[in-house]
Ligand binder design. Structure first.
Ligand SMILES: Cc1cc2nc3c(=O)[nH]c(=O)nc-3n(C[C@H](O)[C@H](O)[C@H](O)COP(=O)(O)OP(=O)(O)OC[C@H]3O[C@@H](n4cnc5c(N)ncnc54)[C@H](O)[C@@H]3O)c2cc1C
Length: 336
């Protein structure tokens, strides 16, 4: 969609400046009004006078792990899958001139994150689509080796359950048949990896996968209490045979865990889409701390807060960014 928008913007004469970073909003503070921006391009300052308005569309802040730790209190220390450019620059610039923010403590946090590096200071990670894998029958347990949630839940619901229970990690157990079914029917296992990279990880088990012939051995490799994981699996197998999950009522019970090899997947919370940001009114005007619009300042996309409430529904971010970007642009163009 970027290609389509880019080509059309060029066609209608939009002056697009690449490698140009906005660093400051220029204001007439007395009138609570934005006059334009200061940017930097190749080390040189560039001033742009905005006669109609400035639309902040600089994205979210989850690429800055300090912002995650400062605001997303339930997930301090989480990995991030956001772009390094998503560091809330527009939000910070607008706050400097008195803009208000909202919903800052919420983000889309997936439960099955995988670190990109063994270096603890590098918090970049990938999303393992463990929530999709579970639809082929695998189970999810906590650090105590017990199931704690309906395994069929989406990845952001799993992370919510983790945060309530104080779990820093989750562990999935799959039979080989379940895993092969997942890989056959779904082309993407880890977002950012092709299937060959995932197959290599299944063989080498260097990043987040472990493999064992028995449940007890698998538990040991994942650092879980073996007795408990065996008990969990035994109870769950009975549910599968009876066709009813008496503990969590899951729907996708596909196969028992009786014959190895078994695969284990270690996941941790990974944040990527901030749900908090600038406070705006229905015209996408940025509000100040007194809920008054800051004249000629608009915002759209992930830079604004409150669109999703406290919980992200997958897919709603691109849609709202595109739609509200258009609305903000139209409102700014019509402003006097
Ligand atoms: C891996 C991943 C998967 C996702 N999957 C989905 C999905 O399936 N469905 C969905 O709806 N959403 C998804 N999202 C979220 C969605 O992509 C974003 O919320 C959405 O793209 C935000 O759009 P935006 O235009 O507000 O910001 P962005 O697309 O982040 O664009 C902001 C732009 O502003 C630039 N910028 C930042 N600061 C400055 C500055 N100071 N000066 C100039 N430019 C600046 C950035 O470089 C960037 O180009 C995903 C996000 C990630 C990271």
């Amino acid at each position: 969609y970027v290609d389509v928008l880019f080509q059309n913007a060029k066609k209608i004469g939009v002056d697009i400046k690449l490698n140009t970073k906005v660093v400051e909003l220029i204001t007439n503070t007395e009138a609570n009004e934005v006059l334009g921006v200061k940017a930097e391009s190749k080390g040189k300052p560039l001033y742009v006078r905005a006669t109609k308005g400035v639309v902040i569309a600089t994205g979210g802040f989850c690429g800055d792990v300090n912002m995650i730790d400062k605001f997303i209190l339930d997930f301090r220390g989480a990995l991030t899958f956001a772009s390094a450019n998503s560091e809330g620059q527009g939000l910070k610039m607008a706050e400097k001139i008195g803009a208000a923010s909202t919903h800052m403590n919420f983000a889309a946090v997936y439960g099955y994150g995988v670190p990109m590096s063994k270096d603890k200071n590098n918090r970049k990670g990938w999303i393992f689509r463990g929530h999709v894998m579970n639809l082929y029958g695998p189970i999810t347990v906590g650090p105590d080796g017990k199931r704690f949630v309906n395994d069929d839940l989406g990845a952001t619901s799993i992370s919510q359950a983790m945060s309530h229970l104080g779990f820093k990690k989750v562990f999935q157990v799959a039979t080989e048949a379940q895993l092969l079914d997942f890989m056959k029917n779904d082309p993407i296992q880890v977002i950012g990896w092709d299937q060959n990279t995932f197959k290599k990880e299944l063989e080498e088990q260097k990043v987040f996968v472990v493999k064992a012939d028995t449940i007890a051995e698998l538990a040991k490799k994942m650092g879980l209490p073996a007795d408990q994981l065996e008990a969990t699996v035994k109870r769950y197998n009975q549910f599968v045979k009876n066709g009813k999950d008496e503990d969590f009522g899951r729907k996708y019970m596909k196969g028992t865990f009786e014959k190895g090899p078994f695969y284990g997947f270690i996941g941790q919370p990974i944040a990527g889409i901030s749900l908090g940001g600038l406070k705006v009114n229905k015209d996408l005007q940025v509000l100040d701390v007194y809920d008054q619009p800051i004249k000629h300042l608009y915002a759209a996309g992930e830079a604004i807060g409150g669109i999703h409430g406290g919980s992200y529904i997958g897919g709603n971010s691109v849609g709202s960014s595109l739609t509200l970007g258009m609305v903000a642009g139209k409102k700014a163009a019509a402003s006097k």
